[in-house]
Ligand binder design. Structure first.
Ligand code: FE
Ligand code: ZN
Length: 255
C-alpha cells in the first residue's frame, strides 16, 4: 500500500516527515529535528513508529532522536559513510541499498555535496523522494563539504526520476530561494507563477514543502544550468552544465 505522508514543521524552519503504510502498520520518520512535534503527530494519527531514516549528520536533523527513541523505539537507518558522526545506527546503508517499510521499497541515493555522505531515499511506488538538504524547494543545500561537481552529480541523479515525484526537502527556505532564482531567470513564467504561489502560502503560514519534481525541473535554478536564459544572463553560453551550476551556486552564496 502507498504511503500516507505528513509534513511536520520543527524548530524554526526544519521539516520532518512521517510516511505511513496502513496495510502493514509501519511508519517511517525522515529526520528528527526535535522530538515533541513528532510525538504529537504520531499520537494524533495513532501511528506506531517503526523506522527512522537520518539523511545526514547535521544537528538540526538528528538532535531529537535520543529523546524520541525513549518513547518510540524504532529501527534507525543512516549512511554507512556517516556512521562515525551519526547517532548509533541499526542499519548502515550505501547507495543502491533498498530500505523496506511495509510494502514500500526505498532506494538509497548518495547525494553528497551539502555534506559527504548525505543520502536521499526514493520510494517509487509512492512517488516520494526524501532529499533533506540536497535538492530543496527552489534551491539546493549549501556546499559545506562537497564541491559543485559533486552536488551537480547528486542533483543530476534526482532529476532523472519521474517528474510526478513528490520532493520532501528539509527546510522552509523557499521564499528566499525564489528571490534568488528570479535573478537567474527573470523571464521564466513558471518561476514567476511559483513565486506568487509561495508568497500566498507563506502569508497564511502554509508550508511550501513538499513540492513536485516537475515544479523543480521547471523553476529551480540548480536543476536548470542548461537554460538558455540562465546561460545568457550568466554569460556562459558555451560552458558545461557543471560549470554553470557552480556559478549559480557561487552567486547564491553571495546573494
Ligand atoms: Fe544540513
Ligand atoms: Zn538542514
Amino acid at each position: 500500500m502507498s504511503f500516507e505522508l505528513i509534513t511536520i514543521p520543527c524548530l524554526s524552519d526544519n521539516y520532518a516527515f512521517l510516511a505511513h503504510d496502513a496495510a502493514d502498520g509501519k511508519t517511517l520518520l525522515v529526520d528528527v529535528p526535535e522530538a515533541a512535534p513528532i510525538s504529537e503527530a504520531l499520537y494524533k494519527k495513532g501511528w506506531r513508529l517503526t523506522d527512522i531514516l537520518l539523511t545526514h549528520h547535521h544537528q538540526d536533523h538528528v538532535d531529537g532522536l535520543a529523546e524520541l527513541l525513549k518513547s518510540h523505539p524504532a529501527r534507525v537507518i543512516g549512511a554507512k559513510a556517516d556512521q562515525n558522526r551519526l547517532p548509533p545506527l541499526d542499519e548502515a546503508v550505501v547507495e543502491g541499498d533498498i530500505i523496506t517499510v511495509g510494502s514500500n521499497n526505498g532506494l538509497v541515493i548518495d547525494v553528497s555535496g551539502h555534506t559527504i555522505g548525505h543520502i536521499a531515499i526514493h520510494f517509487s511506488n509512492s512517488k516520494l523522494l526524501f532529499t533533506a538538504d540536497s535538492l530543496m524547494a527552489l534551491g539546493c543545500g549549501r556546499l559545506f563539504e562537497g564541491d559543485p561537481d559533486q552536488m551537480w552529480g547528486s542533483l543530476s541523479k534526482l532529476a532523472t526520476l519521474d517528474p510526478d515525484t513528490i520532493v520532501c526537502s528539509g527546510h522552509e527556505y523557499t521564499a528566499a530561494n525564489g528571490r534568488f532564482a528570479i535573478t537567474i531567470e527573470p523571464k521564466n513564467s513558471a518561476l514567476q507563477n511559483r513565486i506568487r504561489e509561495i508568497a500566498k502560502k507563506r502569508s497564511r503560514n502554509i508550508p511550501t514543502v513538499p513540492s513536485t519534481l516537475r515544479e523543480e525541473l521547471e523553476t529551480n535554478p540548480f536543476l536548470r544550468p542548461d537554460s538558455t536564459e540562465a546561460r545568457h544572463n550568466l554569460g556562459m553560453r558555451n560552458n558545461t552544465d557543471a560549470e554553470v551550476f557552480a556559478e549559480i551556486r557561487r552567486r547564491k552564496d553571495n546573494f
